[in-house]
Design a protein around this ligand. Structure first.
Ligand code: UD1
Ligand code: UDP
Length: 353
């Protein structure tokens, strides 16, 4: 059995590398393709170091392109890989442009596509991640859903049960592993962590200005590892000085996974527009404040651990100061063994008879 895994961005690396090590442990051949979508040291290589992975088998050049150029380029790269490697399936992760491009190329090549983290849906049709997910799911032979809601979303779209597996969420597997391995203490400390990078927030001067205004007006201690796209936009909109000069806000480079998990583990609250960070915040029992009005993982909202404040500065201030979740904390993201279930299913489906 031979698997091609395609990764391109920070959240892909974290999820894939855990699967990568499991495939290796079980003696399954994997060809690792890095599309080059993320390329700064802090957004890419650092994760190879975190997970002790030498280098990808293919690593393409793809920096700073538009979405459409990125998808087109990656499809062309993938054609060569697919032709040469003749794999049994292509593994794709999440909802980024690399995911979509690899799904289209692989399906065109009649190599079965396997989508890890499928079935997430929102009503925002033109959200970039929504486009990528919907198309990737529909081109996939096998889809692993993180949560029951994601699984049911696929049933509602008439996916047959032989195409979908409720695996649980690898992000949970990985974060629990990291906390245990590095003996990281989880407590509600005296600062909150913020991450911002969604296109809807950073490409809009108005929204980013309101968000920064909410953070500064809260007058609470905040640690802010800044995504490179967000840094560029803070500079462009003239907001960077406001952040740097604010004594309560500490900005940092994007962190390695290990360092970021330490930050999360010690945080009082998590303020984010990220799909992954909101789940990690919940898993580590942090109140989660969401800076975009898209309800991915409605289960966290229903459990009372997430408040959606969008880019409304007054609501951001109020949530940072006052939002508290209930005492109950239901299990949403599986049992910490999604990665094993994924590899078991790959072997069942594509392994030698
Ligand atoms: C992408 C994904 C998003 C995911 C995020 C994870 C898409 C459509 N978006 O968003 O779903 O949540 O990754 O972090 O695939 N840049 C750098 N250095 C880097 C990477 C990016 O400077 O290493 C800058 C470049 O100016 C680049 C811009 O950020 O053009 C946007 O990068 P891109 O990968 O297109 O989107 P993200 O915002 O990172
Ligand atoms: N992350 C990290 N360093 C950081 C910020 C985030 O390692 O400085 C990790 C985080 O723990 C999570 C993943 O990156 O596992 C989330 O990626 P991101 O927020 O960029 O993308 P999304 O999940 O929204 O697609």
């Amino acid at each position: 059995m031979k698997v091609i895994s395609v990764v391109g961005t920070r959240p892909n690396f974290i999820k894939e590398f855990f699967i990568h090590n499991e495939l290796k442990d079980r003696g399954i051949e994997e060809i690792l393709v890095h599309t080059g979508q993320h390329y700064d040291y802090e957004m890419s290589k650092v994760f190879f170091e975190d997970f002790n992975i030498a280098r990808p088998d293919y690593h393409f050049e793809n920096s700073s392109l538009s979405s459409i150029q990125q998808v087109a380029n990656i499809m062309i790269y993938m054609e060569d890989v697919l032709k040469k490697e003749k794999a049994d399936c292509t593994l794709i992760y999440g909802d980024v442009n690399s995911t979509l491009a690899a799904a289209i190329a692989s399906a065109k090549f009649r190599i079965p596509v396997v989508h890890v983290e499928g079935g997430i849906r929102s009503s925002s049709l033109y959200n970039p991640e929504e486009i990528n997910r919907r198309v990737s799911d529909h081109l996939s032979t096998l889809i692993f859903a993180c949560t029951r809601t994601d699984y049911e979303n696929l049933l509602k779209e008439n996916f047959t049960k032989d195409r979908i597996v409720l695996s649980g969420d690898i992000m949970k597997d990985v974060i629990l592993y990291m906390v245990k391995k590095d003996n990281i203490g989880v407590k509600r400390g005296d600062y909150s962590v913020v991450t911002i990078h969604r296109e809807e927030n950073v490409e809009s001067e108005e929204r980013l200005t309101h968000i920064i205004s909410g953070l500064t007006k809260s007058n609470e201690k905040i640690i802010f590892p800044v995504h490179p796209r967000t840094k560029q936009k803070l500079e462009k909109y003239g907001l960077i000085d406001t952040v740097i000069k604010n004594s309560k806000i500490e900005i940092k480079e994007p962190q390695s996974y290990r360092e970021f998990v330490k930050l999360l583990a010690g945080a009082n609250k998590v303020i984010t527009d990220s799909g992954g960070v909101r789940r990690e915040g919940y898993i580590l029992k942090k109140p989660v404040i969401v800076l975009i009005d898209i309800t991915w993982f409605p289960e966290i909202l229903e459990a009372g651990w997430k408040v959606i404040v969008d880019a409304d500065s007054a609501r951001i201030v109020d949530a940072i100061r006052n939002f508290e979740p209930p005492k109950t904390h239901p299990e949403i993201f599986g049992d910490g063994y999604a990665y094993k279930r994924i590899v078991d299913n790959l072997i069942d489906r594509f392994g030698d008879l």
